[in-house]
Unconditional design. Sequence first.
Length: 133
Amino acid sequence: MFFHLSALSVVIVIAFLIVYNRSRLLPLASRYLPTPIVARLTNYQPLQSFSFHDQAEAGMSSNNFDLEANNGEGSGEGRIGLDEEGVEEVRRIMAIERCTFDQARLIRHNRILAKNGIAPDGTPLDRKAITRL
């Protein structure tokens, strides 16, 4: 009886330690486990492979923000494409506000600044911030 109880408690402690330290253990385990299992354990979703060319054709480019000229082949850019969450947010802003790509990028940028307590001109919105001496 006591053996079973002690064995169960050891198993529970080991399981707790694995769950508690999974952020340290998963990079090691990802070498040996298949990608779908690692993705399920880490809530990781691989990016869709939209290239800069695909995103430029979808309207995510302008004269001021030329994707293909700055990020084409041979530019040394290591990324596959733009951040999917940012692209989706810009698409939503373009659809709701009925604005151009550049205007939607500016609206998104101003929202990010406001969320972080920064005015559109770059000055802090905190009254206690020292802006001049």
